[in-house]
Design a protein around this ligand. Structure first.
Ligand code: AMP
Length: 553
């Protein structure tokens, strides 16, 4: 019987695909420069009625890099990018790299508490953010956030590079620029025609810090290197056979690894247009599909469910797509069947983590994922090029094929570690192999299945919630004596967040008060949707709260 290192999955690769590929570019800037040279007039971004060609992106990011450098930004410095899916996001990434720096991808749903932590931990000295996020969150964080060192703030509008101003997304757009900030378009025009003179980044340099939480509840900055990104951009391109005739619909958030690699890096590599629509609003996205006729996308399964559920949406609306992939969260086989009946398109599963720069596994194009007869789980696919995945037991021993254990992954897409966090790096990446915290098995044919999780994470429609973080916020409420947060099944989100709370003697608090309290302190996908009050939380004999027991109640 074959073992993991024999890579039995290679027989499933689409016809003509090799077991290994060689990255054509060492860094994202080499990749981008090659595309600009080859096809400067290619439409790189379509954003409502706006278009940026590759040459436009090149010029804008050159000017931003010059502007950053003249504001004191040095090679190695961090530029935090706090935006929706706007063209400025891509300009910001390229500008940070051209200035020799690192981009920090920040979820635009984050509130002051979360933003403070990310800016302080990454040590960002520059911030590029939407006007409204500056006004509502970032201004105060920069003025008084503990440990925050940002000294350059560049703001921009969601209306930059477009004139449509869709009322379904954009409200009052008359916000005036706050004192002490620079405007992105002004900065670009002030430095137009100039190019940075910073040394080019190297393949092993960190390109982006993407934050992912963990059992301790404190987010860790995964160090996505240039080489990681160029490799997995090429994985997407070759696995799915994308050519310059394709176009990518950006439904995943760009701050998340799926958007960064499966949208931005991929489209810049091919090169082909990337369709952006600010944030995911199903009606707006279906209009963008009808207008721009994209051929490929990758996103959470809820994206496909909500698009297919819109009134009047049918086969024609999806006819431009050559292929669809869904990752980030489990997919029920019945959902892909229903979607295929309605649209004629099969949704291919794809699996990976922030630490694997998007895919470590995917269903080969044209193949169909088998379903595990015991658990009913749809296979997440087979390991992609150059990747070895093993299943380990509790003591770190390799388990025989077919047995259930932790999925551990090694390959050129695996990050080298976490920012300033050698302990977390050693714990999750011993010897450079990633302990995913996902529990599953490989069948004899090399297909992988996820059946459980070792980690306490809650997966709400692809958005990851770490119980410990929500519990820490709950403990900040004066009436909370003890709190435990768990994931409970949810028809649409897959899982959703529930809190169990015991109240301090003599104090009173309602479910709604606790929900509102959490809501004002964290991104919207994290706050508990329900709170159950109990007298005592279940504990081990050593006093550790048993979240798992609550999950079943
Ligand atoms: P993130 O770092 O946000 O990309 O989250 C990674 C986690 O998402 C993995 O460890 C899995 O638990 C989950 N995940 C990713 N892709 C899939 C998939 N196709 N099916 C089930 N779970 C997935």
């Amino acid at each position: 019987m074959s073992t993991y290192t024999d890579r039995p999955w290679l027989t499933h690769y689409a016809h003509g695909l090799p077991p290994d590929i060689t990255a054509e570019y060492g860094t994202m800037l080499e990749l981008f420069a090659a595309s600009v040279r080859r096809a400067p007039d290619t439409q790189a971004i379509r954003y409502f009625d706006g278009v940026l060609t590759l040459a436009d992106l090149d010029a804008a990011s050159d000017a931003l890099a010059v502007g950053l450098a003249s504001g004191g930004f040095q090679p190695g410095d961090r530029l935090a990018v706090y935006l929706q899916n706007n063209p400025a996001f891509v300009v910001g990434l390229l500008g940070a790299w051209k200035a020799g720096g690192v981009a920090v991808a920040i979820n635009p749903m984050n509130k002051a508490r979360e933003l403070t932590y990310l800016l302080a931990d990454s040590g960002a000295t520059a911030l590029l953010c939407l006007d409204e996020l500056y006004q509502t969150v970032a201004r105060e964080v920069i003025a008084s956030g503990e440990g925050v060192r940002v000294d350059t703030v560049i703001t921009c509008s969601s209306l930059d590079w477009q004139t449509r101003n869709d009322p379904r997304l954009f409200g009052d757009t008359t916000a005036t620029r706050a004192e002490g900030t620079l405007d992105l378009l002004e900065l670009i025009s002030a430095n137009a025609g100039r190019g940075p003179d910073t040394p080019a980044p190297k393949p092993d340099d960190v390109a982006i810090l993407t934050y992912t939480s963990g059992t301790t509840g404190v987010p860790k900055g995964a160090m996505n290197t240039h080489a990681n990104l160029t490799f997995n951009a090429q994985t997407y391109r070759d696995w799915m056979g994308l050519t310059p005739d394709d176009s990518v619909l950006g439904v995943a958030p760009l701050f998340h690894i799926t958007g960064l690699v499966g949208h931005v890096a991929l489209a810049l590599l091919v090169p082909c247009p990337l369709v952006l629509a600010h944030r995911f609003h199903p009606d707006v996205v279906i209009d963008a599909i009808r207008e721009h006729r994209p051929t490929f996308t990758v996103g959470a399964i809820t994206v496909f469910i909500s698009l297919a559920g819109l009134d009047g949406v049918g086969k024609d609306d999806f006819s431009s797509f050559r292929m669809l992939y869904s990752g980030g969260a489990p997919i029920a086989p019945a959902v892909t069947d229903r979607f295929e009946e309605q649209t004629g398109l099969y949704i291919h599963n794809i699996y990976g983590l922030t630490e694997t720069n998007s895919p470590s596994h995917g269903v080969p194009l044209g193949a169909r994922a088998p379903v595990d007869p015991n658990s009913g789980a749809l296979s997440v696919g087979v390991p992609v090029f150059n990747t070895v995945v093993r299943i380990l037991g509790e003591d770190g021993e390799e388990l025989p094929v077919g047995e259930v254990g932790e999925i551990v992954t090694s390959g050129p897409q695996v990050v080298p570690g976490y920012w300033n966090n050698p302990e977390a790096t050693e714990a999750s990446l011993p010897g450079g192999e990633l302990r995913t915290g996902d529990v599953g098995f490989m069948d004899a044919g090399g297909w992988f299945f996820l059946v459980d999780r070792k980690k306490d994470m809650i997966n709400a429609a692809g958005y990851k919630v770490w119980p410990r973080e929500v519990e820490d916020v709950l403990y900040g409420h004066p009436a909370v004596r003890e709190a435990a947060v768990v994931g409970v099944p949810d028809e649409y989100r897959g899982e959703t967040v529930k809190a169990f709370v015991s109240v301090r003697p003599g104090l009173e608090v309602t479910e709604q008060e606790l929900i509102d309290y959490c809501r004002s302190n964290m991104a919207a996908y994290k706050y508990p949707r329900s709170v159950e009050f109990i007298d005592e939380l279940p504990k081990t004999t050593t006093g550790k709260i048993l979240r798992r027991e609550l999950r079943g109640s």
